[in-house]
Every structure is written in structure tokens, then in C-alpha cells.
Design a protein around this ligand. Structure first.
Ligand SMILES: [Zn+2]
Length: 297
């Protein structure tokens, strides 16, 4: 049978401390734990970067979602705040979850127009079918497959081979938007319902195929030798996440008003366009390839 039985679900908010959608949804679940109760598995919630949440910033020393590579978790010289916090979370994970079939749902938000993006590992039939189910519930759901990072994956959710991030936007950092909060809650509750049904041998129906966006890699802004921007995202491209970018289309706008065109030779579908948190990562957008994948029924 395709569906694996799930014993535990971990819902994580605040991996980035100023992404308040996940923070406040987890706080709501902490206040009303009955919302997460069901008979076939147990759901636990976690606020990940507690100090960054208190300070309303993305992180204290460095990005917590890049601290979970196994070699870093085992490195005694790693002792900054996020490195230490990652070790605490990983130890809790291994004590409570790792012996069971456990799914991690990591809640994020983006300043880019990501809609209701489900970020999946690209080789997991269970989460792909789950994403196909969730895609039916709202027209803004998009399914994005991350490039495989193998054992060197540094993200929190990679603690489990069964994992999914929900990335909603556009929303500014440090902002709560009731609509996005409700839609994120809807996706989490629908996921828990899907799993409960699967645990009972009941696979909820899904479309025979869905559109997925496979991450191909990222490009930076044009910069000078000092790292200063020489151009901004072109107005015709801003907020156009998941829209086709064809050879010759405007991509950036130099400050002298001249457009810089996309010089690639094939169509791509950029996402995370002008994400505020990615300026420091030298990422202006991430290119993806769009294709259809068949879903096991
Ligand atoms: Zn995030």
C-alpha cells in the first residue's frame, strides 16, 4: 500500500522568528490543544527559534534553518545560539520521534508572492500524494520540489524523511495577516485529517496528476564590486512568482532605467522573487521547471 501509517506529527512555527503566521498558529494550538487531538496519531507543536521570536527577528546569530546538517549537530565546537538550539531540537527529535513514523510540518512565510506553497522533498510518494490532496482545497496551493541535498541537508524539517514546509505569502516580516493565518491553519488541519484517514486505510481521493515546480537553482541581483545592487527586480516581474519567464522577458531594472532581459534559452517559472530574507543569501529569485507528475491512486 502506498500510504505509510503515521505515528507522530510535529508542527513547527518560528524557525524564522519574524515569520509570525507559523508562530501565532503554533501559539493557538498550544492554547487549544484539543484542535490537534485524534485517535490514530499524536501531534506535537514546537516554537523553534524562541529567542528570535522574542526579538521579532529572523535569527540571533545565523539562520536556524541551516543548522541541522548531521556533521554540525555532532560538532562540539558549534556553540552559537542557533547551533545550540538546533542541537536541543535534534536531541528532542531523536528521543521522542525518530523511532516512529513521523511527519514534520514546518510553517514559514515569505515576502514573495508564494501563495500557499507546499515545499516537498522530491522523492517522497507519501507527501506528494498529500500535496495533491491539499491542491484540491484552494486555488492558491502550489507544489514545489526542493533540489535534493542528501545527507548534507541543513534544514530543520530534514530531521525526518517525511517532511513538508508550508510557505505562505506575500506578507511582510513581523506581520500577522488573518487571512493567511486561517489558510495556513486550514492546510494543517486538512493534513491531519488526511493522515487520520490514511491511518484507517482510507486514502482520500486525489487528481490523477498535478503540476509541480522543480527547483533548479537561484540567481543573484546584479551587484557592483562592493556588493551594492545595480538593479532591482523589474516591475513586470515583481510578485509574478510561478509565472512563466521566457527568453527575452524583462528581469531586472537598472537604476538608470534600462531593463535587463532574461538571457536563458528556455522558459522558467521563478519563485521567491525579491524575498526580503534572501538579499543576504545573494538570491534574487529561484528558477523552477514546471511539469506534471502522476499521482498514485
Ligand atoms: Zn522561513
Amino acid at each position: 500500500m502506498l500510504a505509510k501509517v503515521i505515528d507522530r506529527v510535529l508542527v513547527v512555527g518560528g524557525t524564522h522568528g519574524n515569520e509570525l503566521t507559523g508562530v501565532y498558529l503554533v501559539k493557538k494550538f498550544q492554547q487549544f490543544p484539543k484542535l490537534l487531538e485524534n485517535n490514530s496519531f499524536r501531534t506535537t507543536v514546537l516554537l523553534a527559534n524562541t529567542q528570535a521570536i522574542a526579538a521579532n527577528c529572523r535569527y540571533i546569530d545565523r539562520d536556524l534553518n541551516r543548522c541541522f546538517a548531521p556533521q554540525d549537530l555532532a560538532d562540539p565546537t558549534v556553540c552559537d545560539y542557533e547551533g545550540t538550539r538546533a542541537k536541543e531540537i535534534a536531541a528532542q527529535w531523536h528521543n521522542e520521534f525518530s523511532s516512529q513514523q513521523s511527519l514534520i510540518i514546518d510553517l514559514h512565510s515569505s515576502t514573495a508572492n508564494m501563495g500557499l506553497t507546499l515545499l516537498l522533498a522530491n522523492d517522497c510518494p507519501f507527501t506528494l500524494r498529500l500535496a495533491a490532496y491539499l491542491s484540491q482545497l484552494h486555488s492558491d496551493v502550489r507544489v514545489c520540489l526542493a533540489a535534493s541535498q542528501g545527507d548534507g541537508d541543513r534544514r530543520l524539517r530534514a530531521l525526518s524523511p517525511l517532511n513538508m514546509a508550508i510557505e505562505v505569502g506575500p506578507i511582510a516580516q513581523g506581520i500577522v495577516d488573518a487571512r493567511l493565518l486561517q489558510l495556513t491553519e486550514m492546510l494543517v488541519m486538512a493534513t491531519l485529517n488526511y493522515i487520520d484517514q490514511a491511518n484507517r486505510g482510507q486514502l482520500l481521493p486525489v487528481a490523477p496528476e498535478i503540476t509541480v515546480y522543480q527547483s533548479l537553482g537561484s540567481i543573484d541581483y546584479p551587484r557592483d564590486q562592493n556588493g551594492m545592487l545595480q538593479a532591482a527586480i523589474h516591475p513586470q516581474r515583481q510578485f509574478q512568482d510561478y509565472q512563466a519567464l521566457n527568453p527575452g522577458d524583462p528581469l531586472f531594472l537598472q537604476f538608470d532605467g534600462q531593463a535587463l532581459l532574461y538571457t536563458g534559452n528556455k522558459t522558467t517559472w521563478p519563485i521567491f522573487i525579491n524575498e526580503a530574507a534572501y538579499y543576504e543569501k545573494s538570491i534574487a529569485m529561484t528558477f523552477t521547471d514546471q511539469h506534471q507528475v502522476a499521482i498514485a491512486q
